[in-house]
Design a protein around this ligand. Structure first.
Ligand code: FAD
Length: 345
């Protein structure tokens, strides 16, 4: 009930119309009784208490943000002789006798390039993958279900601020004594803003002057092509600043020193519409012997970074013969408890 309005902003539909699968992913292992138990354990400073992922208060974070994980991975791949080709969009997949033989990609100059291979690991959205396989190769029902899979798109406004109007009333110490939150969920129905990130609290190293300035990200959820998505950048940023003033996070627009706007297509694979028949798509894709569907949109699952990476690791284990169960790739992040229950020391 608490997250009702935020959830509706995020998905564009009421929570009652979203599959329970999503709730299970989002608040893994958490229940009202566990939340209450955790609150009491905290109150009485109980040592070594078990904490569900959703209630974790401390975690390790790369100094300059999670992109550093991927930069490191990329440099390792290249060090070991791998080649990473960027700015290419896979638009066609060639299949012969139940196996992918090659894929065609369009490069930044608009030219087509074809790549053949023994194994194919796909993290592109399943909707686009089926479009690339083509109506002529995939069974009609599978093609129709996959190409109608819903997504939510994302716009984020980054603002560099002189400070925040909201004050730190907690006992938690922060640089510049700003509120200690990493994320603030905005339930207020009067604004379209869904969530605020305070990057200072993720890592102060992401700011030039963390004691003087606050770097926030305002998150908006929309659908590609809708009125939000197509709005003028400047007008969108101005409106975001007005919303921040309206909900009392900053005093006025003079607090804003700099701004930026980013649009992210298919940021959220959605659990409604044809998702109810997703198993048909999964079964078809699994039948393609040398294809592994990995990642978040690659599996159309609300996977976080750790799970997305694990799906790739499971795929590699299968290719190397270390695992004989191709299903393990799909099984990451499906078991209710999985490996996420942690013990705080
Ligand atoms: C707002 C938001 C907040 C999040 N917060 C967290 C968090 O706090 N912690 C966490 O762990 N996770 C978080 N996530 C989830 C995390 O971002 C994903 O789990 C992770 O990025 C998925 O990795 P991936 O490799 O599957 O996909 P992506 O990182 O999306 O990479 C897929 C790549 O494929 C490319 N691509 C797409 N189509 C094609 C094509 N046809 N041909 C070639 N390339 C293509 C895309 O351009 C993209 O570069 C968040 C996600 C969002 C949207």
């Amino acid at each position: 009930m608490f997250f009702e309005d935020y959830t509706e902003k995020l998905w564009g539909v009421h929570p009652r119309d979203i599959s329970a699968d999503w709730g299970a992913q989002r608040v893994k292992g958490l229940s009202v009784s566990k939340a209450i138990k955790n609150a009491f354990a905290k109150l009485f400073k109980k040592k070594n208490r078990e904490v569900e992922t959703s209630l974790i208060e401390q975690f390790v974070y790369p100094k300059k943000g999670p992109g550093q994980l991927y930069e490191k991975m990329a440099s390792e791949i290249e060090r070991l002789g791998g080649k990473i080709l960027l700015q290419r969009r896979v638009c066609d997949v060639q299949i012969e006798n139940g196996k992918i033989t090659s894929v065609t990609a369009v490069n930044a100059q608009g030219e087509e390039e074809t790549y053949s291979g023994e194994y194919f690991l796909s993290s592109m959205p399943i909707k686009d993958l089926l479009q690339a396989i083509g109506q002529e190769h995939a069974p009609k029902e599978v093609y129709d279900v996959a190409t109608a899979l819903p997504y939510r798109d994302f716009m984020t406004v980054g603002l560099l601020l002189k400070g925040l109007k909201v004050k730190n009333k907690t006992k938690l110490k922060t640089l510049g004594d700003i509120v200690p939150d990493c994320w603030i969920y905005v339930q207020d129905r009067d604004v379209r803003l869904g969530r605020i990130q305070i990057f200072n609290n993720w890592s102060p190293y992401m700011l030039k002057d963390p004691e003087e300035h606050v770097w926030v990200g305002l998150e908006y959820f929309c659908s590609e092509g809708d009125e939000m998505w197509t709005s003028d950048d400047r007008a969108f940023i101005d409106n975001a600043v007005d919303e921040l003033v309206k909900i009392g996070v900053i005093d006025n627009k003079d607090d804003v020193l700099d701004s930026t706007l980013l649009r992210v297509k298919k940021a959220y694979p959605a659990y409604f519409g044809t998702y109810a028949r997703f198993d048909e798509v999964k079964t078809y894709l699994d039948g393609i012997e040398n294809l592994y569907c990995i990642g978040r949109n690659g599996q159309h699952r609300y996977n976080n970074m750790d799970h997305s990476i694990l799906t790739a690791m499971e795929a590699v284990a299968h290719i190397l013969g270390e695992s004989d169960d191709k299903n393990a790739v799909w099984n990451v992040n499906t078991e209710k408890e999985y490996h996420e229950t942690k013990t705080e020391n």
